[in-house]
Design a protein around this ligand. Structure first.
Ligand SMILES: C[S@@+](CC[C@H](N)C(=O)[O-])C[C@H]1O[C@@H](n2cnc3c(N)ncnc32)[C@H](O)[C@@H]1O
Length: 165
């Protein structure tokens, strides 16, 4: 997708990306959700109660052993319809441009997204989860257990007062 299709706004900046990649990835499955376009999607997984399905491809299904012991999972997925060059962005509701690495926008050099989801159930290679925000068919990169003991930072802030622009 081109930057124009994604919608470049005044004040935004693009980096010139290298012609070759530094790493390879295997998609391990895909995410089945009720949303067909970016505009249909919730902005984050807490904005919806929709139950979605994680489809894990056959070679990786043995990796799901013991997963039902987890109440919550971190899903990492590939925002396959995002533009990749934007390094400064103007979010629709922000007062000024923001660096990509201070945003959760899908537009980034490596369009990797994450959500913490509630695991509702498993049937073979299918996981039923709540807490996703992506288009139906979005490729799945990885699944990890969410540890409240180490992953939760209740005091974390974004936009803290007095931070450098
Ligand atoms: C703000 S991002 C947050 C993604 C993830 N929760 C994160 O924090 O990394 C969620 C938005 O990405 C867009 N989106 C969803 N699926 C996408 C896809 N496959 N490719 C590109 N953009 C997508 C939708 O506009 C959705 O509202």
């Amino acid at each position: 997708m081109s930057a124009e299709e994604f919608g470049v706004r005044p004040g935004e900046e693009r980096a010139s990306l290298p012609a070759t990649f530094d790493a390879g990835l295997h998609f391990i499955g895909r995410l089945r959700t009720p949303w067909q376009t970016r505009a249909d999607c919730p902005k984050n997984g807490l904005q919806t109660d929709a139950i979605c399905t994680v489809e894990v491809d056959a070679p990786y299904v043995p990796g799901l052993r013991t997963i039902t012991g987890c109440t919550h999972l971190i899903l990492l997925y590939w925002m396959d319809r995002a533009t990749r060059g934007l390094v400064v962005q103007q979010p629709r509701h922000a007062d000024g441009p923001r660096g990509t690495f201070s945003l959760r926008s899908p537009a980034r050099p490596n369009p990797i997204a994450l959500s913490v989801v509630e695991l509702i159930g498993r049937h073979d290679g299918l996981l039923r989860v709540r807490g996703l925000d992506c288009i139906d068919g979005t490729p799945l990169l990885d699944i990890k257990p969410y540890y409240a003991s180490t992953d939760s930072r209740p005091d974390a802030q974004v936009d803290r007062a007095g931070a450098a622009p």
